[in-house]
Ligand binder design. Structure first.
Ligand SMILES: Cc1ncc(COP(=O)(O)O)c(C=O)c1O
Length: 408
């Protein structure tokens, strides 16, 4: 398997056949397992015999998912979790104890900010948020008790980048005991390999591109197998953020088509970004693959593709952004991303609503900002829909009736 290409690993990696020899991997929808004898049960509990015990600890379908995604990521070990937030929380809780300190990039998904800023301090873990694009800010935040560096890249929703190799090098130089954790959701496992860039743990919301069709929640933490066994597995077993076998099966099968889907969606995203940039209502387009992205060189250095998300800022602030979103016919209004269906979000009033306005400004989340998750529709149809919505929002508001009104 070591010399298999990515596509092959995603179809065959981790497959364990039952005695029936099924071609499609089996879904082991079971809570527990029976033992051949009481001695066998005792041996498994004592860790002296291999075998499953209880699906909160491990489950054969979940193990297949974990092995397959570990093979993709080039990770030694993986732990599937019930959601992306369960993965982030597990990774952070496994890395710290009271008295420790976490440095995180300010531009985090709202749930991640809650864990870093509100939850960890309740248990005596302090945190500092920095501008993740500024390596000097990361360095200035380091304390003797810093145990975690945590970031996304590209960030949600403005698609700015954090230099992952530089962050790992900074950790090596200044806080060698600390753990670098990267939330790699926006880049996807296809286009960015944080472990190869020096990070210790990678986390995903598998809910996004890994499922890719908007069905199941899931997450995964990837990294060194022994570290996960010693630090994360006891938390998983005793606190129970475990991935359901049903959801694991959906994710396992979805991994088989991940490269096809993400490649097509990313190619469309690049075309959509270019089309949006030429519309007069659009003040700014943010896409890591465009030459006008402020960190285009870094994008090319640490990513092998530029992802399925595009951010745009329209002139006219919130009213204009709402008019664009409301006028879309094909693209759905949703806070979710990574779906086969294209979705648009107004972060300032939804996903980042709880971030104070001055913080939002610092993160570049203005009232005209929209985040577009590009799906599997034909590029032509998406561009046509976005263009008609932008055209509609460009007209004077008073003179135009809402979409759907027969007078329009
Ligand atoms: C970057 C990022 N991290 C983590 C999460 C949380 O994932 P989940 O919704 O699966 O808990 C999300 C969800 O939107 C996200 O966008």
């Amino acid at each position: 398997m070591d010399d298999w290409d990515t596509a092959t690993r995603l179809v065959h990696g981790g497959t364990t056949r039952s005695p029936f020899g099924e071609t499609s991997e089996a879904m082991f929808l079971t809570q527990g397992f029976v033992y051949d004898s009481a001695e066998e049960a005792a041996a498994r509990f004592a860790g002296e015999a291999e075998g499953y015990i209880y699906s909160r600890y491990a489950n054969p379908t979940v193990s297949m998912f974990e092995e397959r995604i570990a093979a993709l990521e080039g990770a030694e070990g993986a732990i599937g979790t019930a959601s992306g937030m369960a993965a982030v929380t597990l990774a952070l809780m496994a890395s710290v104890q009271a008295g420790d300190h976490v440095v995180a990039a300010r531009a985090l998904f709202g749930g991640c900010r809650y864990v870093v800023e509100k939850l960890l301090p309740r248990f005596g873990v302090e945190s500092t948020l920095v501008d993740g694009t500024d390596m000097a800010a990361w360095e200035a935040a380091i304390r003797p008790n810093t145990k975690v560096f945590f970031t996304e890249s590209p960030t949600n929703p403005t698609l700015s980048l954090v230099d992952l190799a530089a962050l790992s090098a900074l950790r090596n130089r200044t806080a060698p005991d600390a753990v670098v954790i990267v939330d790699n959701v926006f880049a996807t496992p296809l286009y960015q390999r944080p472990l190869a860039l020096g990070a210790d743990l990678v986390v995903y919301s598998a809910t996004k591109h890994i499922d890719g069709q908007g069905r199941c929640l899931g997450g995964v933490v990837l990294g060194n197998a022994q570290w996960l066994k010693d630090n994360a597995e006891p938390l998983l077993r005793q606190t129970g953020p475990s991935l359901s076998p049903f959801n694991a099966w959906v994710m396992l099968k979805s991994l088989e088509t991940l490269p096809l889907r993400v490649r097509a969606q990313s190619e469309t995203a690049a075309q959509v970004a270019d089309a949006l940039a030429s519309h007069p209502l659009v003040e700014r387009v943010m896409y890591p693959g465009r030459d006008d992205h402020p960190q285009a060189d870094l994008a090319r250095a640490q990513m092998s593709g530029f992802g399925t998300l595009v951010a745009l800022s329209v002139a006219g602030g919130r009213p204009a952004a709402f008019r664009v979103a409301n006028a879309l016919r094909l693209v759905g209004i949703s806070n979710n991303l990574g779906d086969a269906k294209s979705l648009i979000t107004h972060p300032a009033t939804t996903t980042h609503r709880n971030v104070p306005p001055e913080e939002r400004d610092a993160m570049g989340i203005d009232e005209g900002l929209l985040r577009l998750s590009v799906g599997l529709e034909a590029p032509r149809d998406l561009i046509a829909d976005l263009t008609q919505a932008l055209d509609f929002a460009s007209r004077p508001a008073a003179s135009v009736a809402p979409v759907g009104d027969p007078a329009a």
